[in-house]
Design a protein. Structure first.
Length: 262
């Protein structure tokens, strides 16, 4: 808790400043919030943002906007993760800044970040860096980029927690609603209702997203071929795997591998 207090003190120490923090590590902290909006950019690794309602997957070369006073916790599972956090004072009127969202880093945003790659610490109105970072922030809603859509809802339902935990362990196996329901001593109808009422999505949607998240981890962390990765996550048809991957991420698996290797 002392680390958490120190983190919040640093972020909110100067109410009107823009704070840049690089390679910040939040994976051991409980959920926290701060008075500033947070632009969190991920490069060279895999990050997960955990909230009370959902777990968000943030792939390399993407960013997430976290509204002010939004409880969250960042986790990661790779050694080469590189993140940049930019904390902005509140006061924006656009809806974009009131909603959590994940987006790809555009070429223009990438060039602006490259220009400011050595900046760190607090910057105040009147500083050149402050004006530059404000322009960077104002750019975000104007790019009209499509949101990255992979997000796994969470639940405190112990039955569903056991079920989803088992699915994660058996991700490479053929998994069906009927099979999971039977194994759990439930009817298909009851299982379907449990996912809908507790998670807000269907069993099939949950399984798809879980498999694609695992595929992204394998693409990033291994040299397995796409056919091998498809098999590892339970797909017997690489075309079906590729189509589902594109449906959820707006890119083909090969595109994601190229992006992750930069």
């Amino acid at each position: 808790m002392e680390i958490l207090k120190e983190l919040n003190r640093i972020i909110d120490q100067y109410q009107d400043s823009i704070l840049v923090v690089r390679q910040q590590t939040e994976q051991k902290l409980p959920a926290h919030q701060h008075d500033k909006g947070q632009l969190l950019l991920v490069f060279g690794g895999i990050a997960y943002l955990q909230t009370y309602e959902k777990d968000f997957y943030i792939p390399s070369s993407h960013y997430i906007w976290i509204p002010a006073r939004y409880p969250h916790n960042l986790m990661y599972n790779t050694q080469d993760l590189n993140i940049i956090n930019i904390y902005f004072p509140p006061g924006d009127q656009q809806d974009f800044y009131d909603n959590l969202g994940i987006y790809p880093v555009s070429k223009l945003l990438s060039e602006m970040l490259s220009y400011s790659e050595k900046w760190q610490g607090n910057f105040f109105s009147g500083d050149w860096e402050y004006e530059f970072l404000t322009t960077l922030k104002n750019l975000l809603p104007r790019e009209n980029l499509k949101r990255f859509s992979i997000q796994l809802p969470t639940t405190d339902d112990s039955r569903l927690g056991d079920i989803t935990g088992d699915i994660r362990k058996r991700i490479s196996e053929p998994i069906t609603l009927e099979g999971i329901a039977s194994q759990s001593g439930m009817s298909v109808r009851s299982m379907t209702r449990l996912f809908k009422t507790r998670l807000g999505i269907s069993f099939v949607q949950y399984l798809k997203m879980l498999r694609i998240i695992r595929a992204m981890e394998l693409i990033k962390d291994t040299d397995l071929s796409m056919s091998e990765i498809a098999y590892e996550i339970g797909y017997s048809n690489i075309s079906a795997f590729s189509n589902t991957f594109q449906q959820l991420t707006n890119m083909r698996p090969t595109e994601f591998r190229t992006m992750s290797s930069k």
